[in-house]
Design a protein around this ligand. Structure first.
Ligand code: BG6
Length: 470
């Protein structure tokens, strides 16, 4: 699918604001190294940050960041990356910082500015770029969270759009760069057997679980300002819902995909407090940076509806949590049982009718479950999974993919202004109006109140641990 709506010229420099920060350390440098190994890192990289750092210190930091992901097996690629690096230090509020950046950019005319900085600084940097004339022909890459509610997302869009055109703004949601998630779009629209059953007549419910068996680690301060709903549900899980629920794009081009996804968010019914169960793992309040009486959720389960012709009445259950029993992501699309019970066991005796299962992480799989007869006199059988895909590994990491796309000017896997705002509009009513977070023990599946949420339509499907999807 081509991308008719975005710029096709490649950037001629990459500027990383916040180059000494966590995101650059954990994600961006490893992605740049991967690009260098592949031979696709062909532009200068200019790091910008508040502290004064010598070029040698920056190179050291970059090397350490790459080493923490594993052994450096391609020394030439690392040297290439390090020799592409420059550094500009200075206050983001000072015009002199942007002048120095201009100098460092030299002849480059189409820089990509990556804002790997706290959201509170987005506006300052975007305005600084505009005032210094560094935004013309340039593009800006903005990390999630894009806003913290509807009002702030609108304001951020307003600021960004006052300096950059929409097709020059690349809003990152790294889930869109994952193979298993790209496959949802492909699988839905590259096959014809799905379409006749992909609607309210045949789908009983859809569940999406993103579980992590670890806590907030060193991100307590961030988590206190975010919580699970903002951190992963409004963005990562909603993006998955959009890909599952969207109508077929009207033409071959990602502009059409963006439009259909935005319509899904617009059709989502705004959440009400009783659609949401919030949880907090025991011990969270003792994490560094966390308030002793914190009510921030580290787990969130919700029920939602998409008020469209296709999905009217179909419940969508989403949940995510830290300190859960395992680390895995799965989608379960449960189909309605046969209308007549011809065999004793043909209704979902074990609580599950036929389903389609997308395993998203740690490995990817697509499985279709159907009943088959057991050999013997009796007409009884078992539900078996037919694997269409099992254990495919992504070629590129999401960050490598998204960074390369942004530099190439391909906006297919980024989020659009209207979609981001529509997604915030769905969660906005429950960001502050909600019941208290229930405590849950680490190592399980979250608070039991979430079972009551899904009870009218069955029970949660808990993804299996480990590498295999079975
Ligand atoms: C990030 C969240 O966006 O996504 C984290 O801030 C979460 O809290 C992470 O752990 C999950 O991403 P992945 O790729 O590890 O599933």
């Amino acid at each position: 699918m081509d991308n008719t709506q975005s710029r096709t010229t490649s950037a001629d420099a990459l500027v990383i604001f916040g180059v000494t920060g966590d995101l650059a350390h954990k994600m961006i440098f490893p992605a740049l190294y991967a690009m260098a190994k592949r031979g696709t890192l062909t532009l200068p990289v200019i790091g910008v940050a508040g502290s004064s750092l010598s070029p040698a210190q920056l190179r050291k930091r970059a090397t350490e960041s790459i080493r923490q992901k594993g052994k450096i097996e391609d020394r030439a690629a690392l040297d290439h990356l390090l020799s592409s690096l420059q550094y500009v230090g200075g206050d983001y509020n000072a015009p002199a910082t942007f002048d120095a950046l201009k100098q460092a950019l030299g002849d480059a005319r189409r820089p990509a500015h990556y804002l790997a900085i706290p959201p509170t600084l987005f506006e300052t940097v975007i305005n600084g770029l505009g005032a210094a004339g560094l935004a013309d022909q340039a593009r800006v890459i903005v990390e999630k969270p894009f806003g913290r509610d509807l009002a702030s997302a609108r304001e951020l869009n307003r600021v960004a759009l006052s300096v950059f055109a929409e097709d020059a703004i690349f809003r990152i949601d790294h889930y869109l760069g994952k193979e298993a998630i790209m496959n949802i779009l492909y699988f839905r629209f590259a096959n014809s057997f799905l379409e006749p059953i992909w609607n309210r007549d045949h789908v009983a419910s859809v569940q999406i679980t993103l579980a992590e068996d670890f806590g907030v680690k060193d991100r307590g301060t961030f988590y206190e300002s975010a919580g699970c709903l903002r951190d992963v549900i409004q963005n990562h899980l909603f993006q998955i819902v959009a890909l599952l629920a969207m109508e077929p794009p009207a033409y071959q081009g990602f502009g059409a995909v963006h439009s259909e996804k935005a319509k899904v968010f617009q059709a989502m019914r705004p959440l009400r407090p009783d659609d949401v169960v919030r949880g907090q793992y025991a011990g969270y309040r003792k994490e560094p940076g966390v308030a002793k009486n914190s009510d921030v959720e580290t787990y969130c389960a919700l029920r939602m509806f998409i008020d469209s012709w296709r999905w009217e009445g179909v419940p969508w259950y989403l949940r995510s949590g830290k300190c859960m029993a395992t680390t895995a992501g799965e989608v379960l699309v449960e189909l309605k049982p046969p209308p007549q019970r011809l065999f004793d066991d043909s209704a979902p005796v074990d609580g599950r009718a036929n389903y389609l299962r997308f395993r998203l992480s740690p490995n990817s799989a697509v499985a279709l479950a159907a009943r088959v007869k057991r050999a013997g006199k009796e007409f009884v059988g078992d539900q078996r999974e037919l694997y269409l895909l099992d254990g495919q590994i992504g070629e590129e990491t999401p960050y490598e993919r998204l960074l390369s796309d942004a530099m190439a000017g391909d906006g297919a896997l980024f989020t659009r202004e209207d979609a981001v705002e529509a997604a915030w509009a769905v969660v906005d009513p429950v960001l502050t109006d909600h019941t208290k977070a229930h405590r849950y023990e680490p190592g399980g599946w979250g608070p039991k109140q979430a079972d009551a949420l899904i009870a009218p339509h069955g029970c949660w499907h808990n993804p299996a641990p480990g590498k295999t999807a079975k």
